[in-house]
Design a protein around this ligand. Structure first.
Ligand code: ADP
Ligand code: MG
Length: 142
């Protein structure tokens, strides 16, 4: 599935829709360059799950956990991770293989520990189509 968005609101809305449809144990990988909209998508996703508190990408926290929605949300931003062993310390397995939903920004940095089955979301800019244009590909990988 490929979706084109022309504003942050549209990317938020896509996240929201996927948040409403999210299922227990789902792992969603959000791939794309800095500033492409991974956190905007995550904010929509959290809203779709019924999470009211603000969602950000805190600079020095790899995992943020939200319990107030329809399903627990585990938001990973692994941009600053040094080594995958840091994921063990966080207890990532309970998140990936539990009943909540995991959203991972910068998934390629922890490729070796990603589950076999993930939802892969790839966000790209195309400056020829404008500053706020994003091409978003969503695919199930098994
Ligand atoms: P990332 O988490 O990928 O580093 P952010 O979500 O933090 O990126 O930031 C994306 C930035 O791009 C925001 O400032 C947002 O307003 C802007 N933006 C412009 N157009 C779009 C779009 N179509 N979708 C998502 N974000 C957009
Ligand atoms: Mg981000």
């Amino acid at each position: 599935m490929v979706i084109e968005t022309w504003s942050p609101q549209e990317t938020f809305a896509l996240g929201q829709r996927m948040g409403r449809e999210a299922r227990p144990g789902q792992v969603i990988c959000l791939n794309g360059d800095l500033g492409v909209g991974k956190t905007v998508f995550t904010q929509g996703f959290a809203d779709g799950l019924g999470i009211g508190e603000p969602v950000n990408s805190p600079t020095f926290t790899i995992l943020q956990q939200y319990e107030e929605g329809r399903l627990p949300l585990y938001h990973f931003d692994v941009y600053r991770i040094g080594d995958v062993s840091e994921m063990d310390e966080i207890g990532y397995e309970d998140c990936f293989y539990g009943d909540g939903v995991s959203l991972i920004e910068w998934p390629t940095k922890i490729r070796e520990i990603l589950p076999a089955q993930v939802t892969w979301v790839e966000i790209e800019k195309d400056l020829e189509k404008g500053f706020d244009y994003r091409r978003i590909r969503v695919e199930e990988r098994a």
